[in-house]
Ligand binder design. Structure first.
Ligand SMILES: [Ca+2]
Ligand SMILES: [Ca+2]
Ligand SMILES: [Ca+2]
Length: 397
């Protein structure tokens, strides 16, 4: 543990962000055993953040990192452009950690950010780098929350004069009429918080929504269901383990379209019935309505976030997606724990390749949460178990 990490582990009352930022920058090392595809180089961009989650670049190249456990958004700057963000300070602070600060996007001079119970926008009007004007655009009474429970991360996307937001299923797979809950859906609002409208339904948990560049298409990755075959596996789990659940269902890359339904919880992957609902009276009706995923990823990879690459620093990658896969607990052999590249052609994915893997055999060396394209054409991604933001850069073979 380096000095910054040690300080971060102390109670907040004992240490301030300004003291941390006064320390000299250190280039922390990538853990031994992290695999990186040939041609790419991995380094630590920001070290010793407490479980960093989501990332957004500001118009001046400042990297904003949401740290829900501290109720803070850090601004991180890299003055000399070496990819090490040597200065970190609070841009927004003092939000209730229980409201899990999540999605962020810079739009029209404001950093928009989502919490479980609000969507707000913040800006710095006096140039000291800290937000001094914070406006709540949507409050708890207007937002689709549908009560507390699991999968409470709130996605946020601003595009085309609309706010897009989503909160996932409150349980693993809640069987209730489609209209019974505002969860498992994408909703849109006008930028002033008016005009609430249903956009899409049948999602399980899509923590980030993005626009495919040059289009108005909304895309996201959706977490797969846990314990899919528990009912059948439980009696023999000591002998056989979970041979069905370990490989099912797939994680999904979806193109979310207005008015469409995405199958959860009754259908998984490409309209495979969830075996727990084989007798559901509407199973086939739901299948006839459902839009299947554009791309499938390994079961329990916990594909958590994506970006579309618009740079020219990674050969052939313009228009491809990069996906942060946190990895899950439910597969017998660990899967995910990686950053992957999903190849696109004519607006559709056709292949996938790991770029960075944090699995060293069965050992987990990191859990990628969110990824973002840096202004210099490199990619940064957060690791909320290793408390770092990494940077991956194409250097050629
Ligand atoms: Ca630097
Ligand atoms: Ca300020
Ligand atoms: Ca689906």
């Amino acid at each position: 543990m380096n000095l910054r990490a040690l300080l971060r582990s102390l109670p907040a009352a004992l240490i301030t962000a300004s003291l941390l930022s006064a320390l000299p920058a250190q280039s922390a090392a990538v853990p031994d055993g992290v695999w990186v595809r040939e041609g790419y180089q991995l380094s630590v961009a920001v070290d010793a953040l407490k479980s960093p989650r989501f990332l957004a670049f500001g118009p001046n190249g400042t990297l904003y990192v949401s740290v829900p456990k501290e109720g803070a958004i850090y601004a991180c700057t890299d003055a000399n452009g070496d990819g090490i963000y040597e200065k970190q300070f609070d841009f927004v602070e003092g939000r209730d950690p229980r409201t899990i600060l999540q999605g962020m996007q810079w739009h029209d001079g404001w950093l928009w950010f989502a919490q479980l119970n609000s969507i707000s926008k913040a800006r710095d009007t006096d140039g000291d780098g800290k937000a001094d004007e914070i406006v709540e655009v949507l409050g708890e009474e207007q937002l689709p929350t549908g009560g507390r429970g699991g999968h409470s991360w709130r996605a946020l996307l601003i595009h085309g004069g609309k706010i897009y937001t989503h909160v996932g299923d409150q349980t693993n797979a809640t069987d209730e009429p489609i209209d019974a809950s505002e969860r498992k859906k994408i909703w849109t609002f006008n930028l002033d918080g008016s005009g609430k409208k249903l956009f899409a339904s049948g999602l399980r948990n899509s923590e980030k929504l993005v626009i495919r560049p040059g289009t108005d298409e909304v895309w996201g990755v959706d977490h797969d269901i846990d314990e899919l075959a528990q009912k059948w596996e439980t009696p023999t789990v000591a002998k056989f383990g979970k041979p069905i659940t370990s490989h099912n269902p797939p994680a999904e890359l979806n193109h979310y379209q207005e008015g469409h339904f995405y199958g959860h919880p009754w259908l998984v992957g490409k309209n495979q019935p969830n075996p727990n609902f084989l007798d559901h009276p509407k199973l086939v009706e739901y299948a006839s309505m459902a839009t299947i995923p554009e791309w499938l990823m390994p079961s329990h990879s916990s594909a958590n976030s994506l970006l579309f690459y618009t740079g020219d620093k990674i050969p052939g990658a313009h228009g491809d997606a990069f996906v942060a896969q946190k990895g899950g607990w439910n597969a017998a052999e660990k899967v995910g724990y990686c950053l992957s590249r999903v190849y696109f052609e004519d607006g559709h994915p056709w292949g996938e390749q790991k770029i960075v893997s944090f699995l060293k055999g069965d050992e987990v060396l990191g859990r990628p949460v969110d990824c973002a394209q840096a202004p210099d054409g490199s990619i940064v991604f957060s690791d909320d178990s290793g408390h770092k933001v990494y940077r991956v850069k194409y250097v050629g073979k």
